[in-house]
Design a protein around this ligand. Sequence first.
Ligand SMILES: C[S@@+](CC[C@H](N)C(=O)[O-])C[C@H]1O[C@@H](n2cnc3c(N)ncnc32)[C@H](O)[C@@H]1O
Length: 258
Amino acid sequence: MKGNVDDPMSAEFGTVAEWTAHVARDLGPEYHIPAACRGSGQPAALDWLLAGLRPRPGDVLADAGAGTGGPAAYAAGHTGVRPVLAEPEHGACRAAAALFHLPVVEADATALPLGDASADVAWCLGVLCTAEGPDAQVAILRELRRIVRPARRIGLLVYLATTGQLDDPPQGNHFPACGQLTALLGGAHLEVLAVADASGLPRPSPVWRDRTAAVERELQRRFGNTAQLAAATEQSRRIARLLKSGQLTAQVLVVRGR
Ligand SMILES: C[S@@+](CC[C@H](N)C(=O)[O-])C[C@H]1O[C@@H](n2cnc3c(N)ncnc32)[C@H](O)[C@@H]1O
């Protein structure tokens, strides 16, 4: 089974993802989306991306690296899109299916099992930095371009390094440098239509924050003594510290094939 403590990313995106779904189900339906958006997709960023993607009701939204499915469920609720989720961690796939009953394929975004031009829009949120380096990052961007209909749009949320040497980075991540993103997008023949710094977008509402805090408390109460939750929490803390110190920035982008 994945989700072991020797691999903090697997603990975070596998085991803890599944525990999060259990907690959210016990707390109630209004906790499902906030709980499953703890990966990276906050409401203001999702709203910004959806405004730029311009999906029509019934459009297929492919979510590459969908985590526990919160952003995709949010998109379905706000725009009427039909999400299709791709996610490599078995625990996260099970969590997304259990919480939202959305179609999920267990797959790596460098080789999406989706046909050419089979999606109307796509997004990939907080995933590029978890890929193994520039080659895998370009491969993900190429796959997004391949599966989306020509002239339609792709949303990205990316964490970028503003310095060559990050203090105490989370394990297993490969953050592109700010200047590298242009080359990665160019390598996938994607052009940028809009970009924003996620830190400039509004914070989640107090109700949303209360719900994610309740999920956090309950996760700690049930699993606080496990190495998996400790590893996942430490990964999140390191990213939060780097964002706060400015060594990382989070950008949202709307891009399209050239
Ligand atoms: C920070 S989480 C973001 C999850 C979700 N997109 C969100 O915003 O809530 C990163 C996700 O990317 C997934 N991931 C890591 N490497 C991947 C790859 N090569 N292809 C697709 N997904 C990947 C992880 O399993 C994890 O679920």
